[in-house]
Design a protein around this ligand. Structure first.
Ligand SMILES: NC(=O)c1ccc[n+]([C@@H]2O[C@H](COP(=O)([O-])OP(=O)(O)OC[C@H]3O[C@@H](n4cnc5c(N)ncnc54)[C@H](O)[C@@H]3O)[C@@H](O)[C@H]2O)c1
Length: 368
């Protein structure tokens, strides 16, 4: 298994990679990173804009890739795009990703997150060029009593009390069924990846903690915190995406050894309460954020969510490169660069800095 944990740019050069949800937060970072690695990148997402502002436009993601704007539920449109581009590798990120929105629109959430996955997997299984498919779900796909102190392993039962979490658990079941019924019989490789709260520059989604902090600072508003004592794993988006890229590369090279479900969470020291995260962010922002705890009763959200990452650490030799302090610093640096244009735009620079940190660890990885 030599080189398991090393991302190899020669591997990605000229690979045809399709990303669904490429206009979103994670999709934009992933598209840029793959462009930087020399891949031919294609994207399929619902029509623009997703939010104003958005990373997709700020980082000019679309300029070096071929994009199609359509609904993941539009089987014919998705099918003709995939048939036209003949991708080698697919990352499926298109989803309704917000818990609160899933309470407002459960039908839309289940449709997009479950039937969207079915559509993608059904189309891809008939396309000869496709070798590797990775379905991006979430740490919320596990049955969660709020008491799992050791963290969820990939073998823990699926569940989900709110529509978003349940829809992603369903998407996991769909993935497993397609893997066992079809993909494993025709030489295609299918996995799912489960990550926690991913943070990083360029997220502008509604009801997410970092975008809420930045919006409050920009608008000079007092931020209301819903769950100050909720404990979450906070992970930089580049750490999470490196896991996806390493997994795809290893699936391609070693086949069935790497199919299945994978957790990609941060190290234990990156598990912090919402309140603690806000305080650390605020220090980087020069204490410009004013915030209070909101005493209103809110919709259910799991209060404790920790992932066990032993599988990825052992088999993929993947581990988070950024500790919680760097994760917060890089995230706040990105937004400070956005708010003060003279500091410069940081997306590609942070990708390169991340690669440098990893490269400095290469001798250790080769010895493993
Ligand atoms: N950001 C996180 O902290 C986090 C954590 C766990 C899992 N995830 C998962 O990662 C993936 C990406 O999340 P994100 O944070 O980048 O979300 P995002 O909202 O920024 O992006 C979602 C993307 O999906 C596309 N999309 C939504 N509905 C669609 C539809 N019906 N048809 C076609 N495209 C559609 C959007 O256009 C956008 O490109 C999602 O599957 C999400 O559930 C995210």
């Amino acid at each position: 298994m030599e080189g398991v944990g090393l991302m190899v740019s020669s591997f990605w050069k000229s690979k045809k990679v399709l990303i669904t949800g490429h206009t979103g937060f994670k999709g934009s970072w992933l598209s840029l990173w793959l462009q930087h690695l020399g891949a031919d990148v294609y994207g399929y997402s619902s029509s623009l804009p997703i939010s104003v502002p958005n990373l997709y436009e700020i980082a000019q993601v679309s300029e070096s890739m071929d994009s199609m704007y359509g609904d993941i539920l539009d089987f014919g449109k998705l099918q003709s795009f995939i048939h036209r581009i003949q991708p080698d590798i697919i990352f499926h990120l298109a989803a309704q990703p917000l818990v609160r929105e899933s309470y407002a629109d459960p039908v839309g959430t289940f449709s997009t997150n479950v039937m969207g996955t079915v559509n993608l997997l059904e189309i891809a299984r008939h396309v000869n060029s496709v070798r590797v498919v990775i379905n991006v779900t979430t740490d919320k796909c596990y049955q969660n009593s709020g008491k799992s102190l050791q963290g969820f392993t990939e073998k823990n039962p699926l569940g989900g009390q709110d529509p978003y979490s349940a829809s992603k658990a369903c998407s996991e079941l769909v993935t497993s069924a397609y893997e066992q019924s079809f993909y494993s019989h025709n030489g295609k490789l299918l996995s799912s990846v489960r990550a926690g709260n991913v943070i990083g520059g360029g997220d502008w989604a509604a009801d997410r903690i970092i975008p809420d902090i930045i919006r409050s600072v920009i608008n000079g508003e007092v931020m209301k915190i819903r769950y100050p004592h909720a404990v979450r794993p906070w992970q930089h988006v580049l750490d999470c995406l490196e896991g996806y890229l390493l997994l795809a590369q290893n699936m391609w090279r070693s086949g069935n050894d790497f199919t299945g479900a994978w957790n990609f969470g941060p190290g234990e020291s990156s598990v912090l309460s919402v309140k603690n995260l806000i305080e650390q962010c605020n220090r980087h922002l020069g204490n410009r954020l004013k915030w209070i705890c909101d005493s209103e009763i809110h919709l259910h959200e799991a209060s404790r969510l920790v992932l066990n990452i032993d599988k990825a650490t052992k088999l993929l030799q993947w581990e988070p490169q950024l500790n919680i302090h760097q994760t917060i610093e890089w995230t706040m640096d990105w937004y400070l660069g956005y708010m003060d244009k003279s500091l410069g735009h940081k997306t590609l620079q942070q990708i390169k800095d991340f690669e440098k940190i990893k490269a400095a660890k290469l001798p250790q990885l080769k010895e493993k």
